[in-house]
Design a binder for this molecule. Structure first.
Ligand SMILES: N[C@@H](CCC(=O)N[C@@H](CSO)C(=O)NCC(=O)O)C(=O)O
Length: 221
């Protein structure tokens, strides 16, 4: 295995999965290092990301790169001869891709509130905001095959890892993706046919079990 590249990760993390999909798409070998997050974090993780103490962290020749989208950008720049790039070459297209990839984090941020917040009002607010985020993503995708246009690229990698979480968000939030963002739902199925995606994502059932476990862990009914 390639000691030069180590990914500190957590099996169900959509942020870590972004990196796994990018590395697979680019054909870059690396060592996967599963981290303990709910118990005692490893010294390696705490040393590598002392600011956020979060995964994913990419260790490249021992030097830590933190934040999933920063890692995706870094992979394009540090491995220019890899099988493919994820960002387009045009500066304006790159700017738009970075905007939408960063925006998609809201899916997870708001979705988490649906199962974590105790107040009915706060949950309803989070639901309404999440529905709007999904509508905006659906609008940006439009009738394109992928967010990257004709090819699966940067924004697609950023967004697709949240898809297995949506069935749980639908149930906790009381909405359907089919009605809210039908083109996004179809796009998610298309992405799931790619090997890099299929081998990195877990099933909605597994994700839902994980959420149930987290609710118990946090003592949320
Ligand atoms: N903005 C960051 C988010 C990473 C993150 O939330 N990592 C979580 C696991 S996935 O939900 C994490 O490491 N949590 C540990 C903790 O919060 O203690 C990114 O894009 O990399």
């Amino acid at each position: 295995d390639n000691k030069d590249l180590v990914l500190l990760d957590f099996w169900v993390s959509p942020f870590g999965q972004r990196c796994r999909i990018a590395l697979a798409e680019k054909g870059i070998p690396y060592e996967y290092s599963e981290q303990e997050l709910l118990g005692t974090k490893s010294d390696l993780l705490l040393r590598s990301n002392p600011v956020h103490k979060k995964i994913p962290v990419l260790l490249h020749a021992g030097r830590p790169v933190c934040e999933s989208l920063v890692i995706l950008n870094y992979l394009d720049e540090a491995f220019p001869s890899a099988a493919r790039s994820l960002l387009p070459s045009d500066p304006y297209a790159r700017a738009r891709a970075r905007f939408w990839a960063a925006y998609s984090d809201k899916v997870y941020e708001l979705g988490t509130k649906l199962w974590k917040l105790r107040g009915e009002e706060e949950r309803a607010q989070a639901r309404d905001e999440l529905v709007q985020v999904l509508r905006n993503l659906d609008g940006e995708l439009g009738d394109k095959e992928f967010f990257g246009g004709g090819e699966f690229a940067f924004v697609d990698v950023a967004v697709v890892t949240f898809m297995p979480w949506l069935p749980s968000y639908e149930r906790y939030g009381g909405f359907t993706v089919k009605e809210t963002a039908p083109r996004l739902a179809a796009w998610a199925r298309r992405c799931g046919e790619r090997e890099s995606v299929a081998k990195s994502l877990h099933s909605p059932e597994k994700v839902d079990e994980f959420i149930t476990m987290l609710k118990k862990f946090y003592g949320i009914e």
